[in-house]
Design a binder for this molecule. Structure first.
Ligand SMILES: *[C@@H]1O[C@H](CO)[C@@H](O)[C@H](O)[C@H]1NC(C)=O
Length: 450
């Protein structure tokens, strides 16, 4: 926050624990039971919802990215009719051909001035409570070392502009937040922490994506501590190292929010070794809903662990599951509890979640109710029970029965059980079973020996 009005500042920073939840505007394109829109949000689950993603056009203006964003903003903000305390932020980021739109915008004072103005008018027009900067990352992907200082400048200018606008209009000042890196070398090259931290209301450290199928051995997506397989730069690929670094660079703990991922990262195993650190040959197959190789939402993980072997990595306090040559490191209630304890003992400001749409938001997949992970996070953080609201009528039922809606006729793999497969005909799903001892192979669309 801007430092002119001491009293306002004090009120503004009076810490209450934050639970900041991201939603993505591309989750609406997932098929059937994976489709997520703003009306799926429980108005009492989180203290803040961050709508991802908006971007910056070639005229340095903040703009929407999807055809129906404005409609979804309205739905999101109608949740405040039910819970007036809910705060909403618009996240700005993305890239065009791998280049962040921040690079050109921050490069000249006049470009930044256009952005400040357009951001304020866009946020106010659409009733957001603040802005979330998602530049991944200053100094990387076509950005140069000069962008570290330019990012500090942008953050300071935004804070001043938000302060000025609030004073002029007598409205509550817009919140200013950022999603920031967890890898130590990136933190050091991207951020001048003492310069940016005073101007940000909170800082979402993206404490996930530490390991994935780009590596030749299995590793966990979001471990709390290092494992004995970690050496060299990997020693710091864990939450404890990342947050310690932010704290040691001078970030106030009460502004740091610990990142919780509602997804796991998958590998195809090279041998019969299924342990942590086992040789891997790339990404596990795409899930039927998120449709990205190497990556499963929690609700897709739920289908997989039914029949898989689940192990707990004691030294990292996170689980993995393995079955049929596939390995997934993910988060469950037990690891969420461990991370909340770590968060509390380090006196952080709260948690942020990437994302609401990858938790079992409908409760259809995991038999743990709606939003099992975020709900458990909320309870572990000590939030009071949510007011009871009328449950939203569910229009979709069992995920299997809706699998074929909108899909071409044909045979599909059943991620949850390889001894079966799904046959789509005229939008209707038929669960078919291979002969005993055989499993379904998608390349030949047939059942064969495992
Ligand atoms: C956590 O990080 C701190 C600071 O870097 C370090 O001293 C400590 O050993 C780490 N804890 C574990 C269990 O790795």
């Amino acid at each position: 926050m801007f430092k002119v009005l001491g009293v306002l500042l004090a009120l503004h920073t009076a810490t209450s624990t934050k639970l900041v939840c991201h939603m993505t505007n591309w989750a609406q394109y997932r098929p059937s039971s994976g489709k997520f829109t703003a009306d799926h949000i429980d108005p009492f689950m989180c203290t803040h919802v961050v709508y991802a993603l908006a971007t910056i056009n070639s005229f340095n203006q903040l703009i929407a990215t999807e055809w129906n964003d404005e409609e979804q903003y309205k739905v999101l903000h109608s949740l405040r009719d039910i819970n007036p305390a809910l705060r909403t932020l618009l996240s700005v980021g993305g890239s065009a051909n791998g280049i962040s739109p921040f690079i050109a915008m921050v490069s000249k004072p006049e470009n930044r001035a256009v952005f400040l103005k357009s951001a304020i008018s866009f946020l106010r027009k659409h009733n957001f409570d603040g802005l979330n900067l998602d530049w991944e990352f200053p100094g990387q992907m076509g950005s140069t070392a000069a962008d570290k200082d330019r990012f500090s400048g942008l953050v300071e200018e935004l804070d001043q502009a938000f302060f000025q606008e609030a004073r002029d209009t007598k409205k509550t000042q817009l919140l200013l937040t950022a999603n920031v890196a967890a890898f130590l070398p990136t933190i050091d090259s991207a951020y001048d922490v003492p310069k940016i931290a005073p101007h940000l209301d909170f800082i979402n450290v993206m404490t996930y994506d530490y390991h994935g199928h780009w590596e030749a051995q299995t590793g966990h997506n979001s471990p709390l501590y290092r494992s004995n397989h970690d050496s060299g730069s990997h020693l710091h690929h864990n939450i404890n190292s990342s947050i310690s670094q932010w704290l040691s660079l001078g970030a106030p703990g009460e502004k740091l929010l610990l990142g919780f991922s509602t997804y796991g990262r998958t590998y195809r195993l090279q041998s019969s070794d299924t342990s942590l650190g086992a040789p891997a040959t790339g990404a596990g197959e795409a899930g039927p809903f998120t449709r990205t190789a190497g990556f499963w939402s929690y609700y897709e993980v739920c289908s997989f662990i039914n029949g898989a072997t689940v192990e707990w990595i004691a030294e990292q306090e996170v689980p993995y599951a393995t079955n049929g040559g596939v390995w997934v490191g993910y988060d469950n209630k037990q690891s969420v509890t461990a991370k909340v304890q770590w968060m509390n003992s380090n006196k952080l400001g709260g948690a942020h979640v990437w994302t609401l749409d990858m938790d079992d938001f409908s409760g259809l997949f995991c038999s743990e109710g709606a939003y099992p992970l975020v709900n458990h996070l909320r309870n572990s953080m000590g939030f009071p029970p949510k007011p009871t609201t009328t449950p939203r009528p569910t229009t979709t039922k069992d995920p299997i029965t809706t699998f074929c809606s909108g899909r071409p006729d044909g045979l599909y793999e059943n991620i949850a059980d390889k001894t079966t497969y799904l046959q789509c005909f005229n939008g209707i799903t038929y669960l078919q079973r291979c002969q005993p001892g055989l499993i379904y192979w998608d390349p030949c669309k047939c059942c064969n020996y495992p």
